[in-house]
Design a protein around this ligand. Structure first.
Ligand SMILES: O=C(O)CCC(=O)C(=O)O
Ligand SMILES: [Fe+2]
Length: 143
């Protein structure tokens, strides 16, 4: 579980709250304190995602879904921007396999694997020991 607190910024256009990245795991569940600020990359453009449905989670597809589905379901690239009025608080819960599971494309027989296998815990360590940058971590595993 990851908790973020991003304070107001006098010049939000010059700052980035959380840099562009994709998450480890299969799916990520997200909640925030009603401020908005999450953006996803869609067809090359940043799109605001503001979940206003009370009591609901926002769900992002993550890297291990992309690996497991051999690229069929892409992990979503996302970032969080700040604003000049409110502190933004968010909680993200990653959901993945057990740490020692080597995640590989599910159907290697019918089509060539697009990713090399890696244990989930090794992937998390790799992501946490590098700067978050777009889908750079997943790109390391591409064949
Ligand atoms: O703050 C958010 O809405 C997103 C958080 C996030 O992307 C993360 O913790 O991986
Ligand atoms: Fe994220």
């Amino acid at each position: 579980m990851y908790c973020q607190s991003l304070p107001p910024c006098p010049q939000p256009d010059l700052a980035i709250g959380l840099p562009p990245h994709s998450d480890h795991g299969l799916l990520t569940f997200l909640i925030e304190n009603g401020i908005g600020g999450l953006q996803i990359k869609h067809k090359g453009q940043w799109v605001n995602v503001h979940n206003t449905l009370p009591g609901s989670f926002l769900v992002n597809t993550a890297d291990h879904l992309e690996i497991f589905s051999n690229g069929k379901y892409k992990s979503v690239e996302h970032r969080a921007v700040v604003n000049n009025a409110f502190t933004r608080i968010s909680v993200a819960v990653a959901n993945g396999p057990s740490p020692d599971t080597a995640v590989r494309p599910v159907d290697e027989e019918s089509c060539p694997a697009a990713f090399v296998p890696m244990k989930y815990k090794e992937y998390v360590e790799m992501q946490q020991s590098n700067k978050l940058y777009r889908k750079a971590c997943l790109d390391q595993l591409r064949v």
